[in-house]
Design a protein. Structure first.
Length: 273
């Protein structure tokens, strides 16, 4: 049986009047939704999408069909929020899915919220943004660095609702012991570089500590948008060939937090404040 630890944190940020992000951190689902700015009812859209998926909470595992049905409910509910049907939201994250005796991260994404994985010391973005700048990058017409400053960097090409009839992208990744998943809104990924995200995830022992510190770092770097981070740790993957004599307790294999705090000197690059 897979063992998980998780944490979540969200903040309105420093410029926006409302927090239109929503998130779900209840096994087996860990999701972030970003209600679309410039559209009416963005906060209702993200909340409605999360509610549709929350109906799956508490199950030990979900299938792709379960997630597809929840997505269809989310589209229906978000589309019904206002009479013009222009409410919309992104959604990204993971569901724990047990299939054929293996345990997987079932990753889904539509829009430009993001799902990342830190596994065996390698940090990578799993989801691919549905955005105008990502399309330019894919065609070789824009560098990834220039995309971060492009005037149309906030324009997404697929969403839940908002007139989109597109389906999410899905990936199925085997869960490995001590995998750490980060799901976030663009208010985090546009304020911090991938390297900064990876460093925080590597430094913070607890999932909740990592989520809180990531949001804090985004505020320090400007907090121009709503910021949401969900962090999930696979303490044990639940693979049947696990050696029972091995201990995979996350805390025992990482630097305890009090020591980590002491080791952060004022010269450390990711020092808070
Ligand atoms: Mn946003």
């Amino acid at each position: 049986m897979i063992e998980l630890a998780w944490g979540a944190h969200s903040d309105r940020g420093l410029r926006r009047a409302l927090n239109e992000d929503a998130c779900l951190a209840q096994p087996p689902l860990f999701l972030v939704a970003d209600g679309m700015g410039g559209h009416a009812s963005g906060d209702k859209a993200s909340a409605a999408a999360i509610s549709a998926f929350a109906e799956l909470s508490g199950r030990p595992s979900v299938s792709l069909e379960d997630v597809e049905q929840a997505f269809a409910r989310a589209v229906h509910d978000v589309t019904g929020i206002d009479s013009r049907g222009d409410a919309g939201t992104t959604i990204s994250g993971v569901a724990v899915s047990e299939q054929d005796g293996g345990t997987y991260w079932l990753v889904l994404n539509i829009g430009d919220s993001r799902t990342y994985r830190l596994s065996n010391g390698v940090f990578e973005q799993i989801s691919v943004d549905h955005s105008e700048v990502q399309e330019l990058v894919d065609r070789g017409e824009l560098s990834a660095a220039d995309a971060e400053r492009h005037p149309r960097r906030n324009v997404i090409t697929k969403a839940v609702g908002a007139g989109s009839s597109d389906m999410p992208d899905y990936w199925l990744l085997p869960v490995r012991d001590r995998d750490r998943i980060l799901v976030c809104s663009d208010g985090l990924s546009k304020e911090l570089s991938s390297e900064q995200l990876a460093n925080v995830l590597a430094e913070e022992a607890s999932a909740q500590g990592a989520a809180v510190r990531l949001v804090h770092e985004a505020l320090i770097h400007g907090g121009r948008d709503n910021v949401t981070a969900v962090v999930v740790d696979a303490i044990r993957s639940g693979e049947p060939d696990d050696d029972d004599t091995a201990t995979y307790s996350f805390d025992e294999n990482t630097v305890p937090r009090p020591v980590a705090e002491e080791e952060r000197t004022p010269d450390a690059p990711l020092q808070l404040g």
